[in-house]
Design a protein around this ligand. Structure first.
Ligand code: URA
Length: 233
């Protein structure tokens, strides 16, 4: 027996189709519904998905075993500005996105101060899983994840690479120099085929503990703003 469909149901179905019901109502914040790298196509999207898969396939990793989610990236994969932090904290682990906690709120303010936001930068971390108790990642863990972030940078291919804090500095540039000396200087560095202008600045979590250092971070931010203008990004 065929069921009679009344006009109210038809209208409802039309409405759901119109607002793309399946895509929006998946109980997460609206700007989080997007499927991985839907906004980019082709090789870059494939490479990012492949990289993400290879990180999720890591074996015998205490970080992965204790984490809720992988924290891969946020922002615009087409951006020519990439930011690399240390490792996810509690909020990032819960949401699966980098810099969504208190340090993230300060990072957003720092970006806004030079007219940037998450739609025009790309953000990731040295380590993709939250270290238990938010401890600093060990040297061994940093070494293990280094090939992933290096590949990540190569895929995104930024013109400007901003390293936040000493874990990112030590992992990607070297252990020889302390952040107080390394910050606020441009370094030209190659990551595979990608040649980027790299600048190191203080991590927002450090700035929350040492607000007096914000004036130095502001100098770094202005250097970034000037370079963006110079490179016409
Ligand atoms: N600190 C980081 O270094 N990365 C995050 O994603 C959050 C806090």
């Amino acid at each position: 027996m065929t069921k009679k469909v009344n006009s109210k149901t038809i209208k409802l179905v039309k409405f759901y189709n119109l607002i793309n019901y399946n895509l929006i109502y998946n109980n997460q914040a609206i700007n989080r519904y997007k499927k991985d790298f839907l906004e980019i196509s082709g090789k870059k999207s494939e490479s990012l998905q492949k990289l993400k898969r290879s990180i999720t396939n890591i074996k015998n990793c205490e970080l992965k075993e204790n984490a809720t989610n992988i924290v891969f990236s946020d922002g615009n994969p087409k951006s020519k500005i990439m930011i690399v932090g240390e490792a996810p904290g509690f909020n990032e682990d819960q949401e699966g996105l980098p810099f969504v906690g208190r340090a993230g709120a300060l990072l957003d303010k720092m970006l806004a101060a030079i007219d940037l936001n998450r739609k025009n930068v790309y953000i990731s971390n040295i380590i993709n899983y939250r270290p238990p108790e938010n401890r600093r990642p060990s040297e061994e863990e940093t070494k293990r994840y280094l090939p992933f972030i290096t590949k990540h940078i190569e895929i995104i291919s930024p013109k400007i690479l901003i390293l936040l804090g000493s874990t990112a500095l030590n992992a990607l540039i070297g252990n020889e120099v302390v952040i107080s000396k390394a910050r606020g200087k441009w370094i030209e560095k190659k990551f595979g085929q990608c040649k980027a202008s790299v600048i190191i600045t203080f991590h927002p979590a450090f700035l929350m503990r040492q607000p007096a250092q914000k004036k130095l971070a502001w100098i770094d931010l202005k250097m970034i703003r000037d370079r963006i203008l110079k490179l016409k990004i």
